[in-house]
Design a binder for this molecule. Structure first.
Ligand code: 5GP
Length: 180
């Protein structure tokens, strides 16, 4: 793992190794496997960031399941805009199904709430979330976060699907914005 990486105008320092992330994802998969044995859930992947986590999680999952994708955006640079745009909506029928939202990170929880309401309106039977990382200090929501890989401090991170202005998603480890 490199000590630091520079992307555009910002430097990021090493934070969580890929080994630690892999272990956390494997533990999540075990839990989901044991709790969805006979359920045939739909895993909802939020593009673009959660793709990396979703692939890693799915490789570890043994249950019967389907996937579907939506695309939302709320971040600009290192700041949340507070407004969520639906770029690609829900295309599959989730009526009566158990759905697990897959997220790369839960920050304020606005995106989760938005996706939760969308799934509820579409008639999902049960909605849970599995997130690779979560910032508990930033979370402002009331909805429970069911499966968390790693809790992290309230600082901007990149890697494993998480980007800075579109770059850095392909870093295998997670890096944190360097404080000036
Ligand atoms: P929320 O709606 O929970 O505030 O934010 C969720 C979305 O914001 C995530 O899916 C992600 O796209 C973005 N986000 C929040 N915190 C970070 C962060 O530390 N790094 C990056 N790269 N994106 C973040």
């Amino acid at each position: 793992m490199k000590e630091s990486v520079t992307i555009l105008d910002k430097t990021f320092v090493k934070f969580i190794s890929s080994d630690e992330i892999d272990k956390a994802i494997a533990t999540l998969a075990e839990k989901i496997d044991s709790e969805y044995i006979n359920d045939d859930p739909i895993l909802l992947i939020t593009l673009n960031g959660a793709v990396f986590f979703a692939v890693d999680l799915l490789k570890n999952l043994n249950i019967k399941c389907k996937i579907t994708c939506v695309k939302v955006s709320s971040y600009s640079g290192t700041e949340s805009t507070g407004k969520i745009n639906d770029l690609i909506g829900l295309n599959d029928n989730v009526k009566g199904k158990r759905v697990i939202i897959l997220e790369d990170i839960v920050d304020t929880g606005r995106t989760y709430k938005h996706l939760h309401d969308m799934l509820k309106d579409a008639g999902a039977k049960d909605i849970r979330i599995a997130t690779m990382t979560m910032k508990p200090e930033a979370y402002k929501g009331d909805l429970p976060i069911h499966y968390v890989g790693l809790n992290i401090p309230n600082k901007f991170v990149i890697g494993r699907g998480l980007d800075y202005d579109g770059y850095g998603r392909n870093l295998n480890d997670i890096y944190q914005l360097k404080q000036n």
